[in-house]
Design a protein around this ligand. Structure first.
Ligand SMILES: N[C@@H](CCC(=O)N[C@@H](CS)C(=O)NCC(=O)O)C(=O)O
Length: 268
């Protein structure tokens, strides 16, 4: 490594710059976790691929393997969307984006009040992403992400059985336990008596799995074992900015993304 060129000066991004989400057009996908953070706090943002016919070209340009500096010389090139652009900052990885936005949008307790809230909320959000986003994706793509579902149907069926019987109930029970814990507080939020981005991630994950596995979710709801989790889901849905967003044209329907409804993978 050469030490002759001075490192570019790194500075905080311009906070007056618009927030821009770069994601695949037409599906909620992982972009939805970021949209919800803006929606819940009624923060203006640009949804580049959905608002601009050529927006998707910007996403493709940023992940272009032949251009390591596509995101600018201070930003590591993103591997995959969602990508947040905020002034000079170009950031990928859903949880990194959410932890960047959270203190700016008020989706995490103030550091002066609760210095370790950041990593604690991140830990909850990562667990919700594992259980309700990453694992449901692997149910329909257990062998290869680049292969068609039709070419891995047998394996998907096995994976779905494990998800339905073991994994999803485990994650639901975990979040019920979180809501029973003192760390959550008394108002039914996951952490510290306030709406955080972990609640939004859990909300979106629950919504996604309800679309993908409607019969399973009906059965699990009826069990009465996860009532606090479903109450939180209903509460988030009624947060002013979220409710407005869900009724707006910006809110996209599920399609061929993470949460897919294949009846053969659901309960019989
Ligand atoms: N861990 C990343 C996963 C990003 C990801 O897998 N993005 C998908 C769309 S939701 C994608 O385009 N992946 C392309 C790839 O992984 O090659 C995150 O949470 O942001």
């Amino acid at each position: 490594m050469s030490s002759s060129a001075p490192a570019p000066k790194r500075q905080r991004t311009d906070t007056d710059a618009p927030y821009e989400l770069l994601y695949w057009p037409g599906i909620p996908g992982r972009g939805e976790f970021v949209r919800l953070a803006f929606a819940a706090t009624e923060t203006p943002f640009k949804d580049v691929s959905n608002e601009n016919k050529n927006g998707v070209k910007e996403v493709i340009g940023l992940i272009d393997a032949s251009n390591p500096d596509a995101a600018g010389e201070l930003n590591a090139p993103p591997l995959a969307p969602p990508i947040l652009r905020h002034g000079e900052l170009v950031l990928s990885q859903t949880p990194a984006i959410l932890s960047y936005l959270a203190p700016r949008l008020g989706l995490v307790p103030e550091e002066s009040e609760d210095p370790d809230a950041g990593p604690r909320v991140l830990s909850l959000a990562l667990t919700a992403l594992d259980g309700f986003s990453n694992e449901p994706h692997d149910v329909h793509h257990p062998v290869g992400v680049a292969k068609y579902y039709e070419d891995q149907k047998a394996e998907a069926k096995l994976k779905a059985e494990d998800y339905r019987e073991n994994r999803l109930p485990k994650f639901l029970a975990y979040f019920e336990r979180v809501l029973d814990s003192k760390s959550s507080g008394i108002d039914g939020w996951l952490y510290g008596n306030q709406l955080t981005y972990a609640d939004l991630v859990l909300f979106q994950g629950l919504d996604g799995v309800s679309f993908a596995f409607p019969k399973l979710i009906e059965r699990l709801k009826k069990s009465g074992k996860y009532d606090k989790v479903w109450k939180l889901y209903d509460t988030v849905k009624q947060v002013g900015g979220v409710a407005k967003y869900l009724e707006s044209d910006r809110h996209l329907k599920y399609g061929n993304g993470i949460w897919r409804h294949y009846p053969e993978l659901d309960d019989e």
